[in-house]
Design a protein around this ligand. Structure first.
Ligand code: CA
Length: 237
């Protein structure tokens, strides 16, 4: 029998912890809980969770500081982390992504949506596999296929014309599905480093990309994560 995947929930609000435990156990996960984050590196190191759900506002150290500490330890640095946060300060949320969170779920969220995001993070290939994918000729996610040799994007085998930046943004995100990228991260990856572009330039190209995908009905694969950035996911929000 395959053992259940283990989730470590770091959340100070009892009501949210109860809701999470109930929903996660109902989906077949084992759940451990922490109400504060100062011991998280040690506890995660002993427990070896498959995913950590990290609240942002905690009574002792912040979720961000906790993530930074987890990323520094060799034992815990590769554990996927999903941040849970109330709609808040946009700057701070972007910091959350830059500190090393894999995905972001904004409160209030439906338990079902959260479980989908956990499963998506669990399915993700390890980081060292990403480099291998870069050399592949083709990449498929959901109904979209990218043919790198022909520099073409196909939806259900029908070609969709994309601009060069839209093609790059889509390829970059499709190679790393279910992961949230801040505008700054996308800028760094897709634009030349010498060029100064504003964050909102990314929004403009994302909007254009969605428009181009709309004719084939796959625009919802390119998702806005409120206050944080963008992700590619074939899982509906
Ligand atoms: Ca909290």
């Amino acid at each position: 029998m395959v053992p259940n995947k283990k989730i470590l929930v770091v959340e100070d609000e009892v009501a949210i912890r109860d809701m999470l435990r109930f929903a996660l156990q109902a989906s077949g996960f084992d759940v451990e809980e922490l109400a504060e984050a100062s011991q998280v590196v040690e506890i995660a190191g002993q427990m070896g969770p498959d995913v950590i759900l990290m609240d942002w506002m905690l009574p002792d150290i912040s979720g961000i500081q906790a993530i930074e500490a987890l990323r520094k330890s060799n034992v815990t640095k590769s554990i996927p982390i999903i941040m849970l946060t109330a709609k808040g300060d946009e700057q701070d949320q972007v910091r959350g992504l830059d500190s090393g969170a894999d995905d972001y779920v904004v409160k209030p969220f439906s338990p079902r949506a959260l479980v989908s995001r956990i499963n998506a993070v669990l399915r993700r290939q390890p980081t060292n596999a990403e480099a291998v994918e870069l050399t592949e000729d083709e990449l498929c996610q959901g109904r979209i296929k990218i043919d790198f040799m022909g520099h073409r994007v196909l939806v259900d085998d029908k070609e969709v014309k994309l601009g060069p930046k839209e093609f790059q943004i889509l390829s970059y995100m499709m190679k790393r599905p279910d992961r949230v990228f801040s505008r700054a991260q996308l800028l760094e990856q897709v634009w030349d480093s010498g060029v100064i572009v504003e964050d909102r330039t990314v929004d403009v190209h994302i909007r254009r990309l969605r428009k181009q995908l709309e004719d084939c009905g796959v625009q919802d694969y390119v998702q806005t994560v409120r206050g944080a950035g963008y992700r590619f996911s074939v899982i509906e929000e």
